[in-house]
Design a protein around this ligand. Structure first.
Ligand SMILES: [Zn+2]
Length: 126
């Protein structure tokens, strides 16, 4: 067991394939990588998302449902490739202020409905 230098929690993350940032637990390492990474992210209501390119082939975030996102600067983006990175850990909330909000989309699916689909998919890992 080691103590995370950031959050102070004890952890044993040697089992993980991803290399951890020095002295940090998996969770702190995960959020620090997003903060320091080059990939843009969106924070909505304490959750972190990535708007992946529309022209990317393969699996689409939230099954390809369309979401409309309004950024704090007023820009509005429609995406059918939104990926949920996770609910931001309490220790990292000060570093991830909300940057946008969901706008109701008449042809989109509500977040609650999409979450149900994600849960169904994760229940059948084959
Ligand atoms: Zn930690």
């Amino acid at each position: 067991m080691e103590t995370c230098l950031f959050c102070g929690k004890e952890h044993d993350d040697a089992r993980l394939a991803l290399p951890l940032l020095h002295g940090m637990c998996h969770s702190c390492s995960f959020w620090t990588r997003i903060l320091k990474g080059r990939r843009p992210y969106v924070v909505i209501d304490g959750h972190c998302y990535r708007v992946a390119p529309e022209d990317r082939c393969g699996f689409r975030g939230f099954g390809g449902f369309e979401y409309t996102i309004k950024f704090n600067d007023g820009n509005v983006v429609k995406t059918t490739n939104l990926w949920h990175r996770g609910k931001i850990d309490p220790e990292f909330i000060p570093f991830f202020p909300n940057t946008a909000e969901f706008v109701d989309s008449s042809d989109g699916m509500g977040m609650d409905e999409a979450a149900v689909i994600v849960n169904i998919d994760s229940a059948f890992p084959f």
